[in-house]
Design a protein around this ligand. Sequence first.
Ligand SMILES: Nc1nc2c(ncn2[C@@H]2O[C@H](COP(=O)(O)OP(=O)(O)OP(=O)(O)O)[C@@H](O)[C@H]2O)c(=O)[nH]1
Length: 327
Amino acid sequence: MAEGGALKGHMARALRQVRRYLEAVDAVVEVADARAPFTSRSPQLAALMEGRLHLLVLSRGDLADPATTRAWVDWFSSQGIEPYVGEGPGDARLVSRLRRRLARAPAAFKPRVLVAGLPNVGKSTLLNSLAGRRRARVGAQPGVTRGKQWVDLGSFWLMDTPGVLPPHLGGTRRLVLGALGLVGPELAGPEEIAAFLLKRLGGAPAFRQALGRWGVEGPRLPAGVPGQEPLGPGQGGEPPGAAHGPGPGQPAAGRPPAGGGAAGADGRALAQVVLEQVARQRGLLGPGGQPDIHRAAAVLVAAFRAGELGRFSLEHPRMLAGPGQGA
Ligand SMILES: Nc1nc2c(ncn2[C@@H]2O[C@H](COP(=O)(O)OP(=O)(O)OP(=O)(O)O)[C@@H](O)[C@H]2O)c(=O)[nH]1
């Protein structure tokens, strides 16, 4: 497919560029999305680190489920990666913790630092916050990537351009990244993402309540079945709602939901019913008063991305197939 070929070419170029940047740095601050810290990382980066200091920032922590984020921080720490959580664009606490960590180097050594991550994950926001007012004080440092600008932050150099890492799009990864807005609609459209969100989060009582506030009442959304879709090379994922155990009105995990539940059945049909209600409640009607499913899906996805439905994570470390995955 021509489009797929172009995308592959684009990703290969991005990776080549990051490799060049890596030759010039001693430390990488990798940015991933706190709502899916496994899938929003580049699978290639770990292999390229080669002894460089590797710090991980989980951006958009303000939009993720806090308990799930704490579980991810513990999991990454157990894998030898230091995670820092950003609680909003320009989080001052995150920035000062990172600056302190990067400054902790031998006196004679001034590390050169690259911020890297998937497209739209929050790299520039972090770069700007780290550089702060010193952004104006940039200069080309001799002996490193020609033409690259560096910000002198006293105890370390910051490359003034972020490294863009290519995503892994296999299996449901494409939909996870689409839900987070890290890949464009040409790779994951709103209706597909909405169906995915309803399937993955439908078992979480807080998500159902949020939809209830939108006037969406049924049918019964699927409850999670632990281990059903493990994260890893095959990439699936249990709904995080299931990780916290069944809530009020939610069937015990492993049992099919009562009352016309849709777990394992036709997720798209379920999404259609939910999106019709969203469309009617929001007055998103097409010719002849028909509910406009496409616009309803776009509204639902946008609300999820902006955190208007609440703080939800799409992945939990319990979904990992085994120790060592994804480090
Ligand atoms: N809620 C929230 N939004 C964030 C956070 N960090 C970044 N954003 C928002 O995410 C969006 C994308 O951020 P950018 O910094 O432009 O992302 P990027 O990775 O540089 O994007 P590209 O240049 O497209 O690769 C912006 O609207 C930011 O305001 C965060 O911690 N919380």
